[in-house]
Design a protein around this ligand. Structure first.
Ligand code: ADP
Length: 188
């Protein structure tokens, strides 16, 4: 099973990802986590990505495509994966499609977590990651609106989109997500 998980910062993708991979037995591939690891390890890619991450901007597509491209060819990806935070631009989505098409392994579903902006800002301010200060949060929300929102139309046109109301308890939101996944994978 191959799932793309989309949502603005603070929507709860991290929490729900953990539940989903436990339930589905697939890998969790988070480009945000991969980037923070590269930053900590001070790899070339980590250094190149740092200024973007620290100012809430998207890391340029070529760097992201290199990072995720190296990961997706690993043999463990054959059991399926949840892509969390990737793709985030139309360019990334098209590159992913091309790769999946070549492999003959299409996406099953794209899950979007929907939360209004006031609630997002409140949740992020409570969290305390180094890119969670008010000005950078605003920039990350802007990056989402400008660059990631167009993906929703792109995947809707392919019949893959499922918008999930992400206000409620963790368990309620999880149940909504699992129902949406089942609509696209009736035999699973
Ligand atoms: P959030 O969803 O809360 O913003 P992430 O951990 O997904 O957190 O991402 C943190 C930062 O990493 C982003 O603000 C961005 O700078 C960078 N990043 C992560 N994934 C991508 C991606 N697919 N394309 C470009 N930049 C990315």
């Amino acid at each position: 099973m191959r799932i793309v998980f989309i949502g603005p910062p603070g929507a709860g993708k991290g929490t729900q990802s953990a539940n989903m991979i436990r339930e589905l037995g697939i890998l969790h591939l988070s480009t945000g986590e991969m980037l923070r690891k590269a930053q900590q390890e001070k790899t070339r890619l980590g250094r190149l990505a740092s200024d973007y991450i620290n100012t809430g901007q998207l890391v340029p597509d070529p760097l992201i495509l290199q990072l995720i491209g190296e990961r997706l060819v690993q043999p463990d990806c054959q059991r399926g994966y949840l892509l969390d935070g990737f793709p985030r631009t139309l360019g990334q989505a098209k590159a992913l499609d091309e790769y999946l098409h070549q492999q003959g392994t299409p996406l099953d579903v794209v899950i979007e977590l929907v939360v209004d902006e006031a609630e997002l800002t409140r949740r992020l301010s409570d969290r305390g990651r180094s890119d969670d200060n008010p000005e950078i949060i605003r920039q990350r929300l802007r990056s989402f609106q400008d660059q990631t929102r167009p993906l929703i139309r792109y995947y809707s046109d392919k019949g893959l989109m499922e918008a999930i109301d992400a206000i409620g308890t963790t368990e309620e939101v999880f149940q909504r997500i699992m129902q949406a996944i089942q609509r696209h994978t009736p035999t699973a």
